[in-house]
Design a protein around this ligand. Structure first.
Ligand code: NAP
Length: 302
């Protein structure tokens, strides 16, 4: 790895809490593989320090920053410009410092699409069901609309949040049809016509146990089930879907490709995706064995 010197370009991630993140090894291994004089660091930024931290990107001439929970939406008002996609989604996960102008991007959406492509699933013309109404659900919904999905069904705990996503989709993508449901509705019929099922809730994450976001009786062999969760790599939903003959994937690919896109924005160089994938898998393996339960509970999804 190149020695740190006066020309080293600094990148990193801001979030709170940020005890454990899989991003630093992915990016640092990628910089090393391409012999780039860059480093990627974690910056713990409490919500009340966000404004100062964003100013600091300019003052310290930091090259680029990833943004994770809870700042993905709050950061928007503090930036100079947004990519069209970040604007439509309403969330930023990557900031590029372009000679003092801070430009916000959302690489989660593109990362999700690249991962779907790697899984050989083409969402064009398909009906997708998204479980959850948070930041990841919004990014996935916009990604699928952009890729030509025919119909998107948003299922949330709150009908209002789900409706807000559906309305925004319909106003931004005239071709698409949208539907809003809640987990309390009768969901059997909608799963009969759904082709892609995306879990964008944290239900099934390691700390929540073997929980399912929806009953397995709704899943059938014609579904492609994509769980955004990657700890564990095989959730109860993925496991159950595979037993029913459905194809299923975890969120590792999305995490990898959102990072690869951020890398390319900052460096202008193609990301060494396989190096990043190996660093991520390594990180996930050691992350599976946290030193203590507190560490486990404080993981963030980036
Ligand atoms: P978020 O903004 O906090 O949204 C979470 C969503 O899940 C909200 O709609 C929330 O509902 C819903 N939810 C929470 N608990 C639930 C439950 N018990 N039953 C039903 N719905 C529930 O989080 P996010 O950033 O969107 O992340 C969501 C998931 O995606 C997390 O597991 C995260 O790790 C994963 N993720 C993965 C990637 C990747 O690269 N693979 C990227 C981003 C996120 P309320 O609004 O009612 O609270």
């Amino acid at each position: 790895m190149k020695e740190i010197n006066g020309a080293t370009k600094v990148t990193g991630i801001i979030g709170y809490p940020l005890t454990y993140t899989f991003s630093p090894p992915m990016h640092n291994k990628a910089f090393e593989a391409l012999n780039l004089n860059y480093r990627y660091l974690p910056f713990v930024v409490e919500p009340n320090a966000l404004e100062n931290a964003i100013e600091g990107i300019k003052s310290l001439n930091i090259r680029g920053i990833n943004v994770t929970m809870p700042h993905k939406e709050a950061v928007i008002d503090l930036l100079d410009e947004l990519s069209a996609e970040a604007e439509t989604i309403g969330a930023v996960n990557t900031i590029n410092n372009d000679n003092g102008r801070l430009i916000g991007y959302n690489t989660d959406a593109g990362g999700f699409l690249k991962s779907l492509k790697e899984e050989s699933f083409n969402p064009a013309g398909k009906t997708a069901i998204i479980l959850g109404t948070g930041g990841a659900a919004k990014a996935v919904a916009v990604a699928l609309a952009r890729a030509g999905a025919a119909s998107i069904v948003i299922i949330g705990r709150s009908g209002n949040k789900a409706e807000a996503i559906t309305s925004s989709l319909i106003s931004n993508f005239q071709e698409i049809s949208g539907k809003t449901l809640t987990f309390r509705d009768n969901l059997a019929d909608i799963f009969q016509i759904g082709e892609l099922i995306v879990n964008a809730t944290p239900v099934g994450m390691k700390e929540s146990g073997d929980l399912l976001p929806v009953p397995l009786e709704f899943i059938n062999a014609s579904h492609f089930v994509y769980d955004l969760i990657y700890t564990p790599l095989e959730t109860a939903l993925i496991n159950g879907a595979r037993h029913k003959g459905a194809k299923a994937a975890n969120g590792l690919g999305m995490l990898l490709y959102q990072a690869a896109s951020a890398f390319e924005i900052w460096t202008g160089t193609s990301a060494p995706v396989e190096v990043m994938r190996q660093a991520l898998i390594q990180g996930l393996k050691s992350g599976d064995r946290p030193d203590n339960a507190e560490e486990e509970n404080r993981r963030v999804p980036t």
